[in-house]
Design a protein. Structure first.
Length: 626
């Protein structure tokens, strides 16, 4: 299938293109300049608007869909927009396009209707006076052009009232004026906006819903706000985003719901579409852009950030990992899930690895449904099985010739000793041998990364009191869950140090981090004390003590911030072979610096892998440590 997307460099067009590429469509993106064409995602053919309207030559041959994603709003040259868009419509129809989706504007409705109550798609159109006349006339002209070809092609129209993204200069200027104490400059008594990302989703639903042809749909956030409430919220956000420490302004005060400007029932019924981003989140995007503009102009004091680089980038809306590929194991729960979301917000394409397909789908739905996150890929694998690690790595090497970040996070504690189908004690297999094997197998795409590739192995404070015992690596003589887990993590630290030696001189760095005492399921396993002889009151006191300890632990999100920061912060460039306690370089347990023991462990792990999978580590992509 082949689609043409206009305004492909805009936020709506970008969102549409992401989803088309995921569906394996061929995409032609129409843009305003050669620079914008060059910046389009890999796999998209860029074309600058021709000087003569509709003069696309053979570029439109074989297209199935035309998606007109340029919002009709602001202070654009509407005459030029109408001329080039109608020319594209005519050319697309001649090329045999099957469906056209047009982003129009709700300002096509009579202006008095927009301030009187709730507008449905049957509300009368037009009006020469009142409201935004230029926007209304442009949108009506585009819809008229579509009606003229409705007997030749399937047509769908979307009517947003206000599309918000960080590039809408006219809206940013209005928000900044309000933040400075100015009055409202919006028409009507309510705001009913939609995020650009949500509008992109609506375009895709209009494309893919068979019954949408011949219809127009209102699209907006689920909730509207009154102008007065919006003014208060912009002024509150001005203080919040300018480092004001007044506690009373940190939480948005409650406000009564406002009746919607646009009726959304038709889109919900026929398209099964609902905007995902709440109106408050949409307004905060506009407020953040306005404050950033004020700061750039010296009208707002520079922020005094005291946060890791990763969280700082998210706070400021930057995407330092755009175009990067980040593989995260154990990505659907706890630290791994939080890390996957953070990496996605930083612009990385997250390849999430976990056992549960259902949890993987939920994560992918989350990453694909928010404007702040980048759509990712899920790979299902039980990493305690080395054959699954081998198959996963082969799949990743084929699909991703360059990998920039490998976060070996998957880990678990098993209350009872378990053995995998391959005959390996499961704690050892998952927490030590699996990340060792995966790192080895992904060495080539890591080395192929542009710039520095970073491998982060996740250890635990549990290693401090769990020395390695080569005589009982499979824990056949004695098994206690937390000590066995700590022993595997000690081993992971030791092989990390050896991997750093092997990677020396390459673009790949590898470090190990303990993210702190984290409130995850791992710490539910406390089997060091036999509770069978405890009475009800003793057991209750023990459980209460355990719960208090858990309450003092940090959240998975906080700990994930340390991992992600280590994976991308400039201050860690070139650092390799180190142990980090949260964000700081530290000393791991004394036993983990026993290099002769580490070499024996390395050879032991090599042997297990070779015996289990037939993969010979020594002499392959990696050499054995000297």
């Amino acid at each position: 299938m082949r689609a043409v997307v206009s305004d492909a460099a805009g936020h709506v067009g970008q969102r549409v293109i992401e989803q088309l590429l995921d569906l394996r469509w061929d995409v032609l993106g129409i843009v305003g300049s050669d620079a914008e064409a060059t910046a389009l995602p890999r796999g998209v053919t860029g074309k600058v608007w021709p000087k003569r309207a509709g003069a696309f030559g053979k570029a439109l041959d074989g297209i199935d869909a035309l998606l007109l994603c340029e919002p009709v709003q602001g202070d654009a040259d509407f005459d030029a927009q109408v001329k080039r868009t109608t020319g594209l419509i005519t050319a697309a129809v001649k090329a045999g396009v099957a469906r056209i989706v047009l982003v129009s504007s709700a300002h096509v409705y009579a202006p008095e209707a927009l301030v009187r109550g709730m507008v449905t798609e049957t509300t009368p159109l037009g009006g020469d006076e009142g409201g935004n006349v230029a926007v209304r006339q442009a949108a009506l002209s585009l819809e008229s052009a579509l009606r003229d070809v409705a007997d030749q092609v399937e047509c769908v129209v979307l009517r947003p009232l206000m599309v918000i993204d960080r590039d809408q200069t006219h809206l940013i200027d209005r928000a900044w004026s309000v933040m400075q104490g100015g009055g409202a400059t919006w028409d009507g008594d309510r705001l009913h906006p939609i995020a650009a990302s949500d509008l992109g989703d609506a375009v895709m639903m209009a494309l893919r819903t068979p019954g949408a042809a011949g219809h127009a749909f209102n699209v907006a956030s689920e909730q509207a706000v009154t102008i007065d409430v919006a003014l208060q919220e912009f002024r509150r956000l001005r203080l919040v985003l300018s480092d004001c420490e007044q506690q009373e302004i940190q939480v948005r005060p409650p406000s009564p719901p406002a009746p919607p400007v646009l009726s959304l029932g038709k889109a919900q019924t026929l398209l099964h579409y609902r905007a995902k981003r709440p109106v408050w989140g949409v307004l905060s995007t506009l407020a953040q852009a306005a404050v950033d503009k004020g700061r750039a102009e010296g009208k707002v004091d520079p922020r005094k950030f005291q946060m890791p680089a990763a969280l700082l980038a998210i706070e400021t809306g930057e995407k330092p990992l755009a175009g990067k590929v980040a593989v995260v194991t154990g990505a659907t729960a706890g630290i791994g899930r939080s890390a996957a979301v953070l990496l996605s917000k930083l612009g990385a394409k997250v390849v999430a690895v976990a056992r549960s397909a259902e949890a993987g789908k939920a994560l992918m739905d989350e990453l694909g449904s928010h404007s702040q996150t980048t759509p990712g890929v899920f790979k299902q694998a039980d990493l305690s099985e080395l054959s699954a690690v081998r198959d996963l790595a082969a799949d990743l090497c084929k699909e991703f010739p360059q990998i920039d970040i490998l976060l070996n996070n998957a880990g678990a504690v098993f209350n009872e000793r378990e053995v995998t189908s391959e005959g390996i004690e499961r704690t050892l297999a998952l927490n030590l041998i699996s990340p060792f094997y995966l790192t080895h197998l992904l060495a080539d795409p890591l080395r192929a990364a542009e710039g520095e590739a970073r491998v982060i192995n996740v250890s635990s404070e549990a290693h401090q009191n769990s020395a390695l015992d080569l005589a009982d690596m499979q824990s056949e003589l004695s098994y206690r869950a937390i000590p066995v887990y700590g022993k595997a993590k000690s081993g992971l630290i030791m092989v990390t140090y050896l991997f750093a030696e092997l990677m020396q001189g390459s673009n790949v760095t590898i470090n190990v981090v303990s993210p702190g005492a984290v409130r995850t399921e791992i710490w539910r396993f406390e089997d060091d004390q036999d509770t069978s002889n405890l009475g009800p009151q003793q057991l209750q006191r023990r459980n209460a003590m355990r719960d208090r300890m858990r309450m003092n632990m940090i959240s998975p999100l906080e700990s994930a911030g340390y991992l992600v920061n280590l994976a991308m912060a400039p201050e860690f460039a070139g650092a390799s072979g180190y142990y980090f306690d949260k964000n700081d370089r530290a000393q791991s347990s004394e036993a983990t610096y026993d290099r002769p023991l580490a070499l024996k462990l390395w050879r032991y792990v090599e042997g297990v892998i070779e015996q289990t999978t037939g993969t010979k580590i020594t002499g392959g992509q990696e050499a054995e440590p000297a």
